[in-house]
Design a protein around this ligand. Structure first.
Ligand SMILES: C[S@@+](CC[C@H](N)C(=O)[O-])C[C@H]1O[C@@H](n2cnc3c(N)ncnc32)[C@H](O)[C@@H]1O
Length: 335
């Protein structure tokens, strides 16, 4: 390889325009409009609410990437490769790629990766001055995006939490950081005697309340908008923390566990259902995933021992341990 070829290769590897252009197309819904029979740049610009000449540059660039082609009249048409950009495609990537979606917003922070490498903090904090969840929840423009994301949510994790723990003696559970209610609705459906409370930040709870009502569970479940760094609804039997602590450093994780412990009191339990990436993150092959996760969250990989130590620091002791799987490791703590 000569120097010119090396420069071309590195330039191509470092290129930011290609992902930005594809994500712009996903955000604007360009593929959906073309599939609906609109082929002309001017009409596409009107539908996408964009500047015609700049949209035309985007469309011509997508032609060069072989995502779009030209018909006999010079109009734009979709190539098979662009199929997953369609909203209704069976393997649609549109929701994941659009910049006004919850994953698109998280991915944008990757351009600030150097902040994470320097400080260990999530890239989002360096780039936008505050954490991802906080900014997502404070911007009401994202409520719709949170709702769209909640429709595609997998309940696989919910089954593990629901099946691996003995809920028969539990009367009430608080899903702390329960997101849009996928796990709590599954728990309440699976265990009809249970009553639930979901605590999360404001925008997420708007969607959770709707999902819980749609599931017909509003009589057995309340939704509380608030932070788990503040006092939690007290006196319930179990405080579930599912896939929460990875987003926080040790000091913050202990603060969250303390809030759960204080609300649970002497009689209640704190049930940690953490994602156990320690089992899968091994060797050089894991580096890509590690970097991605580290850019998003400060502590993606904690061992069961480290989690137990955090619990002890929050004044809790382990009273039960469930199976350790890459999906979840369950640990029950009591005061
Ligand atoms: C990784 S998600 C986990 C969601 C869910 N528990 C699960 O297992 O799928 C983290 C959740 O924590 C919530 N969250 C972040 N900061 C919070 C805070 N300060 N107080 C309450 N919830 C918060 C987010 O809105 C999000 O729903």
């Amino acid at each position: 390889m000569d120097d010119l070829a090396r420069v071309e290769r590195l330039t191509d590897l470092a290129d930011l325009l290609r992902p930005a252009a594809i994500r712009a197309a996903a955000t604007l819904g360009v593929a959906d409009h073309i599939a609906a029979g609109v082929h002309d740049a001017e009409e596409l610009a009107r539908l996408c609410k964009t500047r015609t000449e700049v949209l035309d540059s985007l469309l011509r660039y997508l032609v060069s990437l072989e995502l779009l082609g030209r018909n006999e009249d010079g109009g734009y048409e979709l190539r098979d490769t662009a199929g997953p950009l369609l909203t209704g495609h069976p393997s649609s990537l549109r929701e994941a790629l659009r910049l006004d979606g919850v994953t698109g917003r998280a991915d944008m922070a990757l351009v600030g990766l150097v902040h994470t490498i320097r400080t260990g903090e999530p890239a989002h904090v360096g780039l936008f001055g505050r954490g991802y969840w906080e900014s997502l929840n404070e911007d009401s423009a994202y409520v719709e995006a949170i709702e769209r994301a909640s429709l595609g949510q997998l309940v696989f994790d919910a089954e593990i939490v629901s099946d691996a723990y003995d809920w028969s003696t539990v009367g009430s559970v608080v899903d702390v950081g329960g997101n849009t209610g996928a796990i709590l609705t599954s728990l309440l459906h699976g265990h009809p005697h249970l009553k639930g409370t979901l605590v999360d930040l404001r925008s997420v709870t708007c969607v959770a309340a709707k999902n819980i009502a749609d599931a017909g569970l509003q009589d057995r479940c309340e939704v509380v908008a608030g932070s788990f760094f503040d006092p939690l609804p007290a006196g319930r039997d179990v405080y579930l923390l599912s896939a929460i602590l990875g987003d926080w450093d040790d000091e913050q994780a202990v603060a969250i566990l303390r809030r759960c412990a204080e609300a649970a009191g002497e009689a209640g339990k704190v049930l940690l259902a953490d994602v156990n990436l320690d089992v899968v993150m091994k060797g050089d092959e894991a580096a890509r995933m590690e970097l991605l996760l580290r850019a998003m969250m400060p502590s993606p990989v904690r061992t069961v021992e480290q989690l137990k130590r955090l619990g002890r620091e929050a004044g809790l002791r382990v009273t039960w341990e469930g199976p350790v799987t890459p999906v979840r490791s369950l640990i029950e703590f009591s005061a």
